[in-house]
Design a protein around this ligand. Structure first.
Ligand code: FAD
Length: 345
């Protein structure tokens, strides 16, 4: 629809050396900055320092001035606040055109965004408008010393290999970054930075679409990426009832409940709880895997958890390869006993 109205530019002859610095798109939803922003600033700062260049962060929305100090403390040299009441809610075409305009004007060498629902929707649109490449869902980013190119690493072929992708001929080099993978910036309130206001024209906030209502799905109320402990269940639970058992254990551990894809596909728990390649990447302090075999598509999403406890009746289950503690046995015996002992402790 709207995309076809915009001229898609390609600029193979353009002078790539005109591009400098790192730009981060900070996502603000319902007036809250996405936690991935501080992770993007952490890696963005690192890349900027390696390139001896600046780090800019761009936020679109309304009433954004209060976020600037935190963004500067997290490493931004320049905060670009794009404010208009029409930006209060995410609108893909408006956001994409404004981001493309700002990127054309400021010419950053690298643009990073979170691989969130909003990032995955708007950033490919921006890359198309600019005629440049995009690597989606990166889990690693670094600068190659010889030529300063951004090396963008992401799982490929079902998580069986890690692919490193380069964008040699166009700028900016764009990547979306998986949440919870990069280390968040350590805030330093004494850092200094500049804040610039960008006011869109009325034309720039015209959309081809009208948002009637924005509803949050019930399963999203607990974000499994933001909790310190998870108790996860797989096909080994045997039925939806198994999750009631997990919730009792989770309550004792102050944990939330997560799941393998097999459990989600069986309809025992909604998709926002899924961990893995086609679910979420999590890295809590504690991950208890119950009746989960440990397929690579699952373990890519949880293997950086601090402590992994696996409960499985099959001593050969691959989940034990990534577990700090393994309990071999029937989860219907082990979990109630564990819950009872924690309750008494
Ligand atoms: P199973 O592999 O069936 O394992 C069940 C385990 O429970 C077994 O190890 C068994 O020994 C144990 N068990 C059974 N009964 C008991 C009991 N009473 N007590 C103790 N242990 C018991 N999977 C994901 O999880 N997340 C993803 O995002 C994901 N994305 C995918 C993407 C692609 C492209 C593909 C091809 C696959 C993907 N998968 C994903 C699926 C993945 O390959 C596995 O099929 C899935 O993770 C298996 O789930 P599971 O471990 O719960 O089930």
């Amino acid at each position: 629809g709207a995309l076809s109205l915009d001229k898609v530019e390609s600029h193979p002859q353009e002078d790539l050396s005109a591009y400098h610095g790192i730009m981060v798109f900070a996502e603000c939803r319902h007036g809250i900055l996405a936690p991935v922003t501080h992770e993007l600033l952490g890696i963005g700062r690192k890349l900027a320092d390696q390139r001896g260049a600046g780090l800019a962060v761009v936020v679109l929305g309304e009433g954004l001035d209060r976020y600037a100090p935190a963004l500067i403390a997290s490493g931004a040299d320049t905060v670009l606040l794009v404010q208009h009441k029409a930006l209060a809610q995410f609108q893909e075409d408006i956001y994409a055109r404004l981001l493309a305009r700002i990127i054309r004007e400021r010419k950053p060498e690298v643009v990073l965004a979170g691989a969130t629902a909003i990032g995955c929707s708007v950033v490919p649109y921006v890359a198309t408008l600019l005629g440049t490449g995009l690597t989606a869902d990166c889990t690693g980013l670094s600068i190659r010393e010889e030529d300063g190119l951004l090396l963008q690493t992401r799982p490929a072929f079902g998580g069986n290999i890690m692919a490193t992708i380069e964008c040699p001929n166009t700028r900016p080099q764009m990547a979306t970054v998986r949440p919870k993978v990069m280390t968040p910036a350590e805030p330093d309130p004494s850092r200094k930075g500049e804040v610039l206001q960008i006011v869109p024209t009325d034309d720039e906030v015209q959309s081809a679409a009208t948002v009637l209502e924005s509803v949050q799905s019930a399963g999203d109320q607990v974000n499994i990426q933001e909790v310190e402990a998870l108790v996860a269940g797989g096909r080994g639970l045997g039925s939806e009832k198994g999750f009631a058992l997990l919730r009792e254990l989770a309550d004792e551990l102050n944990a939330s409940v997560a799941a393998s894809r097999a459990a989600v596909d069986a309809g025992w728990i909604p998709y926002p709880h899924q961990v893995g390649q086609t679910g979420k990447t999590v890295c809590p302090k504690l991950y208890v895997a119950c009746g989960i075999s440990g397929a690579v598509q699952h373990t890519v999403g949880m293997q950086s958890s601090k402590v992994v406890v696996a409960i499985n009746r099959d001593p050969e289950a691959p989940i034990f390869n990534v577990a700090s503690y393994g309990l071999v046995g029937d989860l219907y015996e082990i979990i109630p006993e564990l819950t009872r002992q924690l309750r008494e402790a």
